[in-house]
Unconditional design. Structure first.
Length: 185
């Protein structure tokens, strides 16, 4: 009889909780003045340099990030990288196409800061910090996202939470895969 409440709780977990595989420690999305503020703490059970390598392997991201259709580096100048990405964000029956050109500032292997230069969103800025922890790497992610007019109709707090959890889970799964292969691509 005691097992019923536990079984019921497990069955009622949202689908993203199953997909997170324990990588997402916390995820909060708030909405204010037309923008979404996202904060997440994640854990990747891999060394910090490998986590950084996967997070900056822009030209190959379409292989493991589910919502990307195109991803490429436009230019590199020292630690500044200009990238372009195109994709389709989906949550249940809701979806929208997106494109973005961003400037990444890389501080190997501890930080990635991104600013959208142009794209579907009115504004997108993010920072990602990588910190070694026992057994792997802690990822602290912060983003400010103001959707464009069409995306604003579709996007909700739940939509944003789903997208962030799905993308980071896919990236961490690629980190784990590469770690099992000895760090190779």
């Amino acid at each position: 009889m005691r097992a019923w409440p536990l079984l019921l709780a497990v069955l009622l977990l949202p689908a993203t909780a199953w997909a997170q595989g324990g990588y997402v420690r916390s995820l909060t999305v708030t909405h204010a003045k037309g923008a979404y503020l996202c904060d997440a703490v994640l854990f990747a059970p891999v060394p910090q340099p490998l986590a950084f390598d996967v997070l900056t392997d822009v030209d190959r991201m379409v292989e493991w990030v589910p919502n990307l259709r195109q991803s490429r580096v436009l230019s590199r100048q020292g630690n500044v990288v200009l990238i372009e990405q195109v994709g389709l964000a989906q949550f249940g029956l809701l979806s929208f196409n997106f494109s973005t050109e961003r400037r990444l500032v890389l501080d190997r292997p501890t930080a990635i800061d991104a600013v959208q230069l142009r794209g579907s969103a009115n504004r997108y800025n993010s920072s990602l910090r990588l910190t070694p922890e026992t057994g792997g790497t802690r990822l602290d992610y912060h983003a400010e996202f103001e959707p464009g007019l069409l995306a604003a109709i579709v996007i909700s707090r739940e939509f944003m939470e789903h997208e962030i959890a799905e993308q980071f889970t896919a990236m961490i799964q690629e980190m784990v895969r590469r770690n099992a292969m000895g760090g190779s691509r």
